[in-house]
Ligand binder design. Sequence first.
Ligand code: NAD
Length: 315
Amino acid sequence: MSAYLVTGGAGFIGSHIAVRLLQGGHRVRVLDNLSTGRKENLDVIRAAAPVGRFEWLEGDIRSIETCRDACEGVEYVLHQAALASVPRSIENPSDTTAVNVCGLVNVLSAAKEKGVGRAVCASSSSVYGDTPTLPKHEGMPPAPLSPYAVSKLAGEYFARVFSTLGLGTVSLRYFNVFGPRQDPCSQYAAVIPLFAAAILEGKRPRIFGDGKQDRDFTYIDNVVDANLMACTRGTGDGQAINIACGDRYTLLDLLERMCGLLGTRVEPEFLPQRPGDVRHSQASIDLASRELGFTPRIGFDEGLKRTVEYYRRDG
Ligand code: NAD
């Protein structure tokens, strides 16, 4: 049994990580300020936790004291807390930077101070920007297009520097993660929950641009696998590693598949392309395979089936 801190554990990805760790017999502390996270996700975590193995800490990573308390007695930190939206970062770059950069530095500083074994940090495919080369691989120069992407790149650099200062770190560049519990209600919701909510309400899903932009959609269980591997394998120190499926699907493709699963047809409403959005996104996952032994267990279609079923039942 190991002790883990999951920052952002009341959010979509963090709550899945916390549940899996508890199911694996570990102790889990969640730190979250509930800014975009949800109390319902904490209920799901509690339901998976035998008495005494789950600890909830409501607090903000912008406070170093809070981060110190959160890292006390912990072996691994899975740092997911962030303001995770490109449009939000364009509207309010200072908030995004304060949480995603200064907050991350607090988490890493506290982890180092408290003798944590390894910190795994959530980064993002957005660091690549709109470079034409596909698949995107870690040797390519980053070209961030939004304050959010810059904040994630800065986080990677800080994590790399901390790995030279005595704290083991790995950054995982997630590519469009999806799955149950991803929030469809937020003003900044991601495309799959938004499509699901619109289709189920009989509304036209909104597409920014022509719908031919593509993404390497990655089912949540694969991302959880990668986080656990990054903790325990001990490899990849200081590196930033793509986590994805290695495929790409356009938004039009996605909509058609979701309509097929829900047994309906809807026409999207097309809106102008948004600033900061990238056109094509597909990952090379060779480095993840080499360094972490990662392969995506759940493919796009199976993941989509599970996700659509969740929104039909509980969403
Ligand atoms: P989410 O919004 O569901 O989760 C983020 C969590 O962080 C929330 O629970 C929120 O309340 C918490 N948080 C925000 N600011 C905080 C603060 N100051 N102090 C403490 N907690 C705070 O988002 P998610 O999709 O689960 O994303 C998790 C991580 O993965 C983020 O770092 C995000 O940038 C990264 N990421 C996500 C995706 C994706 O497709 N979902 C893709 C690339 C990277």
